[in-house]
Ligand binder design. Structure first.
Ligand SMILES: Cc1cc2nc3c(=O)[nH]c(=O)nc-3n(C[C@H](O)[C@H](O)[C@H](O)COP(=O)(O)OP(=O)(O)OC[C@H]3O[C@@H](n4cnc5c(N)ncnc54)[C@H](O)[C@@H]3O)c2cc1C
Length: 272
């Protein structure tokens, strides 16, 4: 994280923009329990959009629906998402929807569908490790969705998610190739969000698609030298910047769920 505040995130986004890299901003936290908290998060992202526009940054909010009312009140969630997508459209930015744990996958997809009926400038994260993702993608195809593909960060049971690295990578590869093929036929460019540069390069070597038909995204501070190298080769790059005072609780929850995340952190620190 560049820091806890929006200004820290915007300063980091400015640094990335100077290097030709666009950014996604996400305020850490999840599972708000009342309407007031969800409204507060919505107001935060509205302020962020104003600041992004004033600074002319190629930056887009990436929101967690459990912070905006999912699980508390879906009508409230829709109102909040509508306000955010409307404000983002006014300044020609996107609203990205993060994908959280499997307990909220179905509701997240439904919320995305409802929002997409009213707004074009919305992207959705899908997780390759979930066995359901290819059929979810199929069910969205008529909407021509803008997809950010990730492997998946949460601890999920084998009944619903691939567990081994090989299986997750194969699933990622298949879905990425499908998205790239569709992008070649007019669908919005997918965002391939992964630090697995070997997998990425093998996917891009197989797909026959122009470089402006996709984007590669990594997390702030992780493998960013690799991302810069890819951008220098002519690929479009993006970085997701997390920030917020809830960072300690958020990271501890992620570590408790999935201790492998600790090894990632240590390896990233050693690389730096
Ligand atoms: C832009 C972006 C947005 C994301 N959004 C979501 C989302 O909405 N929902 C969701 O479930 N997941 C999200 N993720 C996380 C994703 O699901 C994976 O958990 C994470 O990216 C690790 O998988 P990998 O594809 O990078 O490959 P891996 O094979 O897991 O990692 C490849 C290598 O990258 C390095 N690395 C990977 N992750 C980290 C890390 N966290 N810290 C340090 N080093 C690391 C390690 O060296 C590792 O060996 C997002 C990731 C990115 C890059």
């Amino acid at each position: 994280m560049p820091g806890e505040g929006l200004d820290d995130a915007l300063a980091a986004a400015t640094g990335m923009a100077d290097r030709g890299i666009s950014t996604l901003l996400t305020l850490l936290g999840e599972d708000v329990t009342d309407q007031e908290q969800a409204d507060e998060v919505t107001r935060h992202y509205l302020d962020a959009l104003t600041a992004i526009s004033h600074r002319h940054l190629p930056t887009h909010p990436s929101v967690k629906l459990t912070q905006l009312g999912l699980g508390v009140n879906n009508a409230l969630l829709d109102v909040n998402l509508d306000r955010l997508a409307g404000a983002a459209a006014e300044v020609e930015r996107l609203i990205w929807i993060d994908m959280e744990g499997s307990a909220s996958t179905a509701e997240t997809l439904e919320a995305y569908r409802r929002l997409r009926e009213r707004h074009d400038n919305v992207g959705l994260c899908l997780q390759a490790y979930l066995r359901r993702t290819p059929s979810d993608l199929q069910s969205l195809v008529l909407l021509q969705p803008r997809i950010r593909l990730v492997k998946g960060a949460y601890k999920e049971p084998a009944a619903i998610a691939f567990q081994s690295r090989g299986e997750v990578s194969s699933a990622y590869r298949l879905i990425a190739l499908q998205l790239l093929e569709e992008a070649g036929h007019g669908h919005p460019p997918p965002t391939l969000a992964t630090h697995d540069v070997e997998l990425l390069r093998s996917i891009l070597a197989t797909a026959e698609v122009a470089r402006d038909r996709y984007e590669i995204a990594m997390l702030f501070g992780i493998r960013n030298a690799d991302l810069s190298a890819l951008v220098a080769e002519g690929h479009r790059g993006a970085v997701l910047i997390s920030y917020g005072s809830e960072w300690a609780a958020w990271y501890l929850r992620r570590l408790a769920e999935r201790p492998a995340n600790l090894m990632f952190g240590i390896t990233a620190a050693l690389r730096r």
